[in-house]
Design a protein. Structure first.
Length: 117
């Protein structure tokens, strides 16, 4: 069964860091593109980052990332990471990972990130 499970969220002060994990099962993370998204209260879900599949390593970031986040992949652990540095209060949101396999979207359950002093 194909599944994505996010973890690593929490409460952090402005300027702090968090590393989110997206653990996959049922498919190889290096073959399918994995995207990170976030949804703040009252706002639409928006893309944060995407790492390419098919063994590639092309990574895209949303403009608001401004070099603060880094996406990486550990094939041995079948996990994709989102390292977030210099966090701002406006980064507060539920973060999700997503993949598309055979035309179907699969989402994780999300992990809450709260940036507040």
């Amino acid at each position: 069964q194909l599944q994505l499970v996010e973890s690593g969220g929490g409460l952090v002060q402005p300027g702090g860091s968090l590393r989110l994990s997206c653990a996959a099962s049922g498919f190889p993370v290096d073959y399918y593109a994995i995207g990170w998204f976030r949804q703040a209260p009252g706002k639409e879900r928006t893309g944060v980052s995407c790492i390419s599949g098919r063994g590639g390593s092309t990574i895209f970031y949303a403009d608001f990332v401004e070099g603060r986040f880094t996406t990486s992949r550990d094939n041995a652990k079948n996990t994709v990471y989102l390292q977030m540095n210099s966090l701002k209060p406006e980064d507060t949101a539920v973060y999700y990972c997503r993949t598309v396999v055979a035309g179907r979207q699969y989402w994780g359950q999300g992990t809450q990130v709260t940036v507040s002093s």
